[in-house]
Design a protein around this ligand. Structure first.
Ligand code: 5GP
Length: 183
């Protein structure tokens, strides 16, 4: 069996960039592809970054108990389909759940010993700069996400590991070591 890894951090902190690089370097690491009702960003691919679904489709899976966890975040649903995670774990992959804090807390309740990692930005100012620089969200959404980020950071100590994404290469190496060590 592979290892389940809980991986959280505020929007814009670089979680996705770090994880993509980890998966490129280590083929034993897989992202659990979530379902979301959010609209795809220009560079996102359905089935790779997310499964983009309607609200009705999302709620159908809730009714069928098909999620390991799910949450509403900034007006959209996000959830982890159980079957896919189980299949990848059985195949021996280390499966990363890249999810926000509400979902993270649900997972910790169900798996108290889970390997958990929280990624922090060097500062809130740096995060704001990154979110604006990304240019994928309007100002209203950015403000919502920054507020949410401040809220989420309060939960960082619930995670076993806290990694500051100051220098990307260092953060990637640190997280890779945590996943390999499995503690
Ligand atoms: P974004 O819209 O920026 O892709 O994601 C917004 C937030 O939702 C991020 O913190 C991301 O990690 C989180 N997220 C992505 N997939 C899931 C999921 O399946 N469940 C939960 N609870 N959060 C998710």
């Amino acid at each position: 069996m592979g290892r389940l890894v809980l991986y959280s951090g505020c929007s814009g902190v670089g979680k996705g960039t770090i994880l993509k690089e980890l998966m490129r370097r280590d083929e034993n690491i897989k992202l659990s592809v979530s379902n979301t009702t959010r609209a795809p960003r220009p560079d996102e691919v359905d089935g790779v970054d997310y499964n983009f679904v309607s609200k009705e489709e999302f709620e159908k899976v809730i009714a069928e108990d098909g999620y390991l966890e799910y949450a509403k975040y900034c007006d959209n649903y996000y959830g982890t389909p159980i079957k896919q995670v189980n299949d990848m774990l059985t195949q021996g992959y280390n499966v990363v759940l890249e999810i926000e804090v509400q979902g993270g807390l649900q997972v910790m309740e169900n798996f108290p010993n889970i390997l958990s990692i929280f990624i922090l930005p060097p500062s809130l100012e740096a995060l704001a700069e990154r979110l604006r620089g990304r240019g994928t969200e309007d100002e209203d959404t950015i403000k919502k996400r920054l507020k949410q980020a401040e809220h989420e950071m309060k939960y960082k100590d619930r995670y076993k590991h806290v990694v500051v994404n100051d220098k990307l290469e260092d953060a990637i190496n640190e997280i890779h070591n945590i996943i390999i060590n499995g503690k």
